[in-house]
Each structure stands twice: as C-alpha cells, then as structure tokens.
Design a protein around this ligand. Structure first.
Ligand code: NAD
Length: 483
C-alpha cells in the first residue's frame, strides 16, 4: 500500500473522485444488505439506519464531491516585508498510509465517514471495523473490496488482537473511534513512530433542561431528548444524552412528559417496538444491568421502565431520579437506554456540576434564556454545544466533530475530515531579483530599527525608517552597548 501511495495514483483528483463515487455506489447498491446487517447486529429499524448511517453518508459524500476541488486547491498566503518580492501558499498534501479504527454502534457511519475524508485527501487506507458488529464488519469488507480500489483501501477484520497487530505497524495517521481505555492504548502505540492520532472517544454528555414555560416548547424539548437518547441506537451513541440536569421544581412535569413521549414513540410495551435498537451483546447487556442491579440505591431511583430481557438483549427506556452521584451510573459513560435525572436547586448550578466532571463530547442546553445559553457556552468546556436539540450536530458537514479533554481530540466531518487527513504544506517562493540589505550581517543599530519597523508596520515601517524616522522608545545607549 505504501508503494502504491508512492506511485502517486491516489494523489490525482480523478482518483479521489472515483473513490468517493464508488462509495456512493456502494451505499446505493447495497442499501437493503446494509439495512439487514444493521437489523441483525443492532436491531436498528431501517428508518434509523437511513437517518444515521446510509442517508448521512450519502449527504457527506455529495458534499465532499461538490467541494473537493476547492479543498484541494492551494490557498494563497502572504510573506512579511523582509521577504521582498515573494509569494506564498498553503498546499494540502496527503499524509500517506492511514489507519482507521471504528466502533460497533454506527458500524457504517463511523467507518465510512472518516474514510471519505481519508480518500478525499488522497491517502491509502486500512480500515479496522469493530468485531462486535460482525455482520456489518463482513459486509463492509466485502463491499469495499468489490467497489473501491483494492490497492489503496483495505478492510482488515478482527478482534482486539488484530488491533494490537495493526498498532505495531508504521502509519502516517491513526484515526480511532472507540473507548477511552483503548484510546490510551492507541496513543501509547503511536509513540513508537511519533504517529499523529485522532481520538474520537465518548464520555458523559449532559443535557441541561430549563423549566420551559410553554407546553409547545416543553413537548418539543422532550421529544428531542427522547429521540436523542432512546431513539438513537438505544442510547449506545457517543453523543447520546447521558444524563439530565433539571431544577427540582420542574422535575414532576419533566418526568410525566418523558413517560408520555416514550409511550408515544415506543408504545405501551416497548419490547414489542421495532423502533428501538437492541443492546449489542450479552456483555454490554450485563454491564448495563449491573449498573442498576449492583446498587440498591440506583435501583430504588428508577421512576420509569427498568424491565430487561436477556434473550432479546432488550432494555426498556428507563428513567432514574437522583441516583447517588458516586454510583457507577453517574461516574461511567452509560452507553445504553438508562437516563438519570439529577435535580438542582437552581438551573445555574448546572455550570458548577458540569465543570466538576471531565469535559464531555457534547453538551445539550434546553432553554429560551439567552443568558443561560451564553453562560453555559462560555463557562463550560465540551466538544460541542447544541441548544434546544440533541445529537443533531453530528449531521452538520460545516461543524467540526470531535472532543476536548477526556472526550478526545482531533476533529472531522466535511472540510475538517479533509484537513484531518492532509498535511498543510507551507510554500514560500522568493525571487533572486532584489533583497533588503538589512537582512544580512554585519549588524548595527540601524538594522535593529529596520527589523522592528518591518515586523510592526511591514513595508510602511521600512519606508518610514528609510525616510529618516526614528523608531520610538529606543534606548540608543542600550543598543550602542549591544553593538
Ligand atoms: P472499543 O474501544 O472497545 O473498540 C474500538 C475499536 O478498537 C474496535 O475496532 C476494536 O476492535 C478495537 N480494539 C479494541 N481493543 C483494542 C486493543 N487492545 N488494541 C487495538 N484495538 C483494539 O470501543 P467500542 O466498544 O467499539 O465503542 C464504544 C466507545 O466508543 C464508547 O466509549 C463511545 O462513547 C465511543 N464512541 C465514540 C464515538 C465518537 O465519534 N466520538 C463514536 C462511537 C463510539
């Protein structure tokens, strides 16, 4: 793959376009297979599968195809006056051979979204999907090998052992989506070759819900919260609402609205609903079950739901009110359909609550108060802030998607994906025709003045000194001593 990269084939705009079109083709021709695989591995309804994976990817591919020429173009830059008679530009160049790790919750979305950026930027790519969504992983492998240029894009399937082997190789970038724990392993492995990494991790993304006044606003907010939690891979999403912060006096209204909305979206018996995904496997099912079963105080905090079915890996949308803050459900990322609500005296207390915990991947704020919106934006730190909605920010090609602090670093989507997989090479071009004499030794005080003037006022500064102006605030004695 390195040799193929060196041949220059992947740098051509025509190659990049052909691969993006091949990906479009892959999605369009294999739609029903993809729906089946997502149903098989995660119990996703095809509407959800289209909304979060196929449709989202088609949108991203069309956006990349429409903007590729502009992204690839050299961007003019300017050199300072001391580089007399010069031009400059920034040229994006591919990095080389890159490795993408993806996770199981959006097996197509989280594999192909970074792949779009990697091929658009002209790299050769190895993609390692998660073994926990095996049907999707094998469909990715077979469709990519038949649709894309095999010399440049390969899918390598396998478990963490395969991941370990891959990490021992030399890469020009590692783009990792997954857990914080494995993220640390990736970063340690990257040290060997000083490989740059992007870590798209998770964490606990809070939703601050203000006591909205009108019933229209309340219902809209709760619909968006419920779909952002239970209606997005059953809460197994890195940006799903992990917990809600609310004023104590608004709690009863909020709980009633949540219950009614869950009922409307998933019916009286959500286990029978085909609109809610299933837990990925037994291990994750037990992890979620234990979050509740292992702590009687957590169990006692359930105000809605709580039923589980081991055979179908189903967990009912479950609401908990004020579980202990030191319980695992409030310290670990939940990644499932459990929704704790934490009550506060005043909604402004949410700022301190958020700041006392690791930085989240996303923060959701439901309020019409501009003051509260602005305070949460400016006084807390998170990968993104979405006002009056949840999860939707992921769909934007124009917004960088990524974390901060323990939720990860690096970003992608749209132009940011292209930049993430490119090196922005600085090009400075000079002419032999002319030069400023003061750039060269022997040094004297006059040359210092010229540098100061040039760095502060560019050509104008140089002109002023040449015309006899003295540079202000200069202690000539100090300079005389120096020279
Ligand atoms: P994971 O870390 O277990 O696995 C991610 C990938 O790493 C998989 O391909 C897996 O095979 C591989 N892997 C696992 N152990 C490895 C090892 N020791 N060495 C090398 N490779 C190894 O994560 P997961 O369970 O697939 O995903 C869940 C986590 O991912 C959650 O924390 C979630 O928040 C996060 N996530 C983040 C995003 C995001 O975009 N920020 C998206 C989805 C999931």
């Amino acid at each position: 793959m390195r040799e193929y990269y060196r041949s220059g084939a992947t740098k051509e705009a025509s190659w990049r376009k052909s691969q993006l079109k091949a990906l479009l083709n892959l999605l369009e021709e294999n739609q029903s297979e993809i729906f089946k695989a997502l149903k098989q591995d995660l119990g996703k309804h095809h509407a959800e599968a289209y909304r979060d994976e196929i449709g989202m990817l088609i949108k991203s591919l069309n956006y990349a195809l429409a903007n590729l020429k502009q992204w690839m173009s050299a961007k003019k830059a300017k050199l300072p006056a001391i580089a007399l008679l010069s031009t400059a530009e920034v040229i994006p160049e591919p990095l080389g051979l890159v490795l993408i790790f993806s996770s199981w919750n959006f097996p197509f979305g989280l594999s192909l979204e970074p792949l779009i950026g990697a091929v658009a930027a002209g790299n050769t790519v190895v993609l390692k999907p998660s073994e926990l969504a095996p049907t999707c992983s094998s469909l990715l492998a077979s469709t990519i090998s038949t649709n894309l240029d095999n010399k440049a894009v390969k899918v390598i399937e396998g478990s963490s052992d395969m991941g370990t082997l891959l990490l021992q190789q030399r890469w020009d970038k590692i783009f990792f989506t997954g857990s914080e724990k494995v993220g640390r392993t990736v970063m340690s492995a990257a040290v060997k070759y000083l490989t740059p990494v992007v870590l798209e991790l998770g964490g606990k993304s809070p939703a601050v819900v203000d006591s909205l006044q009108s019933s229209w606003d309340r219902q809209a907010a709760v619909k968006r919260l419920v779909v952002g939690k239970f209606g997005t891979c059953a809460g197994q999403a890195c940006i799903s609402v992990d917990y809600i912060l609310v004023e104590r006096k608004f709690l009863p209204t909020l709980v009633e609205l949540l219950k009614a909305t869950i009922w409307k979206m998933f019916g009286e018996n959500p286990k029978k609903s085909n609109s809610i995904a299933r837990i990925i496997n037994k291990q994750h099912f037990l992890r979620l079950k234990n979050l509740i079963e292992d702590d009687p105080l957590v169990k006692a905090s359930i105000v809605h739901g709580g039923s589980m079915d081991d055979d179908s890996l189903f967990i009912e949308p479950t609401i908990l009110v004020d579980p202990p803050l030191e319980a695992q459900v409030m310290t670990d990322e939940i990644f499932g359909p459990l929704l704790p609500i934490i009550t506060l005296e005043k909604i402004e207390d949410s700022i301190e609550f958020i700041n006392s915990r690791p930085k989240a991947l996303a923060l959701y704020v439901f309020t019409k108060s501009k003051t509260l919106q602005n305070r949460l934006i400016s006084e807390t730190s998170s990968g993104s802030v979405t006002i009056n909605d949840a999860v939707l920010q992921y769909a934007a090609d124009s917004l960088p998607f990524g974390g901060v602090g323990e939720s990860g670093f690096g970003r992608y989507h749209g132009k940011y994906s292209f930049e993430t997989f490119s090196h922005e090479k600085a090009i400075a071009r000079r002419s032999f025709l002319s030069d400023f004499w003061f750039r060269y030794p022997p040094w004297n005080h006059n040359k210092v003045q010229l540098f100061q003037a040039a760095y502060t006022y560019d050509y104008l500064g140089i002109l002023l000194i040449i015309l006899g102006l003295k540079w202000p605030n200069q202690s000539s004695r100090h300079h005389d001593a120096l020279f």
